[in-house]
Ligand binder design. Structure first.
Ligand SMILES: [Zn+2]
Length: 313
């Protein structure tokens, strides 16, 4: 009897949540074409072409309790600058829950293993299977090359790296060497294990001045495409970086619209923006950064990605 009551209670709570989310979605869908009334993130234009349209919530939204009633989600391309972004009926309030809990848990590192167990597994991957080792080498090779050409200054030791959202600890760990001291900020408390590997960790969403140092390099690896307003973070970063410091960004490459099926996970509801070399460079330019290196890649897991190094102006 007690069990029955408990199940019923859970069912009712779920139903209430579902109805609330649907109501929020319907309210929002009355004006779905405009992002905060400002249009395209890059050029502010309000007209676009629709690339893909979905009329049912995807697995992450369903897990969040979102129903099909009043639902719409579209990938659109700005008719002025070609920037590709997502327009969606769901209320923005459920997004934090969607990304921070359901998406991250189902998609990536954690699942059943502890942070440390999975960390061990990943750092022991052979070089040919490790996206992180490839990424670290690419960044360090480019920094060396840019310093040699005197396009960027040689940073005086110690070099501080801040990895935003790097809760797995893998990138910070692989980047650490005699020159580089890594710091990580991530809202997931499980990242605290990395302290024992010499990585300074703060459990938090990113905000400037969390650590008492300035950073020579900040990394945003598969972070920007999830942010409701990437420009805010890009501006905030200026407080943590001196002029001439480096920013590394890695995001999905919008070339996936040519090469991936519409149902591919790359187009999931947690991704809000899809950059190409031009639009990413524009975002950097508009937020006080200057692009110095760019690479389009297809990773060992068959993702198309853009890797970018930029200087803080
Ligand atoms: Zn635009």
């Amino acid at each position: 009897m007690q069990k029955f009551n408990k199940n019923m209670k859970l069912k009712i709570t779920k139903e209430i949540l579902r109805l609330r989310f649907n109501q929020m979605a319907i309210n929002d869908s009355m004006n779905p074409n405009i992002i905060d009334g400002k249009g395209c993130l890059i050029c502010s234009t309000n007209s676009y072409n629709v690339l893909i349209s979905y009329n049912k919530p995807d697995q992450y939204e369903i897990a969040c309790g979102l129903g099909a009633e009043g639902y719409s989600r579209r990938w659109v391309e700005c008719s002025q600058c070609g920037f590709i972004y997502s327009l969606y009926s769901r209320n923005k309030n459920i997004f934090g829950k969607l990304y921070e809990t359901i998406y991250k848990d189902s998609n990536s590192y954690w699942r059943k293993e502890s942070g440390d167990e999975l960390f061990q597994k990943i750092i022991n991957l052979p070089d040919s299977e490790s996206e992180t080792k490839y990424r670290v080498k690419w960044i360090k090779d480019n920094i060396r090359q840019l310093q040699k050409s005197q396009i960027i200054d040689t940073v005086t030791s110690p070099h501080n790296l801040l990895d935003i959202g790097g809760g797995s600890g893998v990138f910070a760990y692989e980047f650490k060497d005699d020159l580089w001291s890594p710091y990580v900020v991530d809202p997931d408390a499980r990242g605290v294990f990395m302290e024992k590997y010499g990585i300074k960790f703060i459990k938090s969403c990113y905000q400037p001045n969390l650590f008492s140092v300035k950073f020579d390099l900040v990394s945003l690896i598969y972070v920007l495409e999830h942010l409701e307003n990437p420009k805010v973070m890009m501006h905030d970063l200026h407080d943590d970086m001196e002029q001439g410091a480096l920013l590394y960004i890695e995001v999905p490459d919008s070339i996936c619209f040519q090469y991936k099926d519409q149902q591919d996970d790359i187009f999931n509801s947690c991704h809000l923006w899809m950059f190409n070399p031009y639009t990413l460079s524009e975002l950097l330019h508009k937020t006080g950064f200057e692009l110095v290196a760019l690479q389009r890649v297809k990773t060992v897991r068959n993702y198309y990605g853009l890797m970018v190094l930029a200087i803080r102006r």
